[in-house]
Write a protein that binds this ligand. Structure first.
Ligand SMILES: *[C@@H]1O[C@H](CO)[C@@H](O)[C@H](O)[C@H]1NC(C)=O
Ligand SMILES: *[C@@H]1O[C@H](CO)[C@@H](O)[C@H](O)[C@H]1NC(C)=O
Ligand SMILES: *[C@@H]1O[C@H](CO)[C@@H](O)[C@H](O)[C@H]1NC(C)=O
Length: 366
């Protein structure tokens, strides 16, 4: 797959998530694409032409496949009508039912920090998504709305750029008639936005400071996977879900009891007390692997030699909240690619591994 274009990967992923009985047809579509893109053309197309049946199907599809080239989204609608009644949260589905789309939500941000940059590129590198959807309230991000050094560095990654789609989003001001907290509007609004985004598209939602360590495909077989540590609240920094996941609807509905004065009530506490304690089967419960534990997150910036993070699939770095976790250990630091080379705490190692891997792929890109 190393030489595949975005479109090809999109098609292949469609094959993956489509139902059994449609697979035959879709393989043909992949062949068409190989043909049109002249990517291994002879080998594959010739093999196809030798079989009259396949040739006929091939031609039929060639004529009707035009629609596929027009719309990005249509490809990803394979399992639109999945109904999760009685779904098994332990064994999951046999195939990948969650689309391979990574979602980031960026309110009121025109620039990328080094950490944002690192997280975006690590997610793309390790997950190889078909698309990265950036939901943003900045107008015309591609025409000067987004700027700064790290955005310019992101723009150099042609593969990443070709998979990015900007989707306009507005910060909510109220929920079910209740105004959002003034001080925390961006945060509570972002909590709501991620639920609604998942209900609309499904995929892999990541906070801007979530560092992906491993490919997350194994979670794409579940209705919805989130981090819920023993005795802790729900971690909403990573959400891997199908858009029809039953929990999403109930979670949004629970905002009828919105508490503007409590930071994490609706995002993390109420969904457990009001929903998951009674219906744990609605969630594929991830204990630790998404790195939501704030005490552990702090170690990445304070405990030299700590290696606990290596068994994680992702980590919520919490860089913007380190102060609130343990004020006495807080030292304001601005991370960048220079200082990270000698940063002695675990986050330094994590970051250097991403940069080294990017360095390798970058030199293979062109
Ligand atoms: C957006 O950011 C600007 C500058 O950082 C700030 O002054 C403004 O209050 C922010 N808006 C919201 C809605 O948080
Ligand atoms: C699946 O749901 C059951 C309840 O039906 C729950 O006890 C269990 O912890 C859940 N497993 C996972 C992996 O989430
Ligand atoms: C990237 O690779 C170049 C040479 O290929 C090397 O000089 C440079 O130090 C590398 N940078 C990182 C961050 O590994």
């Amino acid at each position: 797959m190393a030489t595949c274009t975005t479109f090809e990967r999109k098609l292949l992923s469609y094959v993956e998530i489509s139902k059994e009985n449609r697979r035959g047809h879709l393989k043909i579509m992949v062949l068409i694409h190989y043909h049109t893109q002249r990517c291994n053309p002879r080998l594959r197309v010739v093999r196809c032409w030798k079989k009259p049946f396949f040739a006929t199907v091939f031609l039929t599809f060639l004529m009707s496949a035009g629609f596929l080239f027009n719309s990005d989204n249509r490809l990803l609608r394979a399992d639109d009508h999945l109904d999760f009644d009685g779904f098994n949260n332990e064994t999951g589905a046999n195939s990948l039912i969650v689309p391979n789309i990574i979602h980031f939500i960026r309110f009121n941000l025109t620039e990328y920090s080094f950490v944002d940059y690192l997280c975006l590129r690590a997610a793309f590198l390790r997950q190889r998504p078909d698309f990265v959807y950036i939901h943003t309230d900045v107008p015309e991000p591609e025409k000067g709305g987004y700027r700064g050094k790290y955005w310019n560095m992101i723009k150099k990654d042609k593969k990443l750029m070709s998979s990015i789609r900007f989707l306009p989003i507005q910060l909510a001001t109220e929920i079910f008639g209740q105004p959002l907290s003034k001080d925390w509007q961006v945060y509570h609004g972002s909590d709501l936005a991620r639920i609604r985004t998942m209900m609309k598209y499904g995929g892999i939602y990541l906070d801007n400071d979530v560092l992906v360590l491993q490919n997350l495909d194994k979670y794409r077989r579940f209705e919805i996977s989130m981090n819920w540590d023993e005795g802790d609240s729900l971690g909403s920094q990573v959400i891997i879900a199908h858009k029809n996941a039953r929990f999403l609807n109930r979670w949004l509905d629970s905002y009828h009891d919105y508490r503007p004065n409590i930071w994490y009530y609706n995002a993390g506490d109420l969904p457990i007390r009001g929903i998951l304690n009674f219906h744990p089967e609605l969630l594929h419960r991830v204990k630790g692997e998404f790195g939501a534990d704030s005490k552990k997150s702090l170690k990445h910036f304070t405990e030299e030699g700590y290696e606990g993070w290596r068994k994680n699939d992702a980590i919520h770095l919490l860089v913007n909240h380190l102060y609130s976790v343990k004020p006495e250990d807080f030292k304001p630091l601005v991370f960048d690619e220079e200082m990270i080379q000698t940063y002695k705490f675990p986050f330094g190692q994590m970051a250097r591994e991403v940069l080294a891997a990017l360095n390798e792929t970058d030199s293979n890109y062109f």
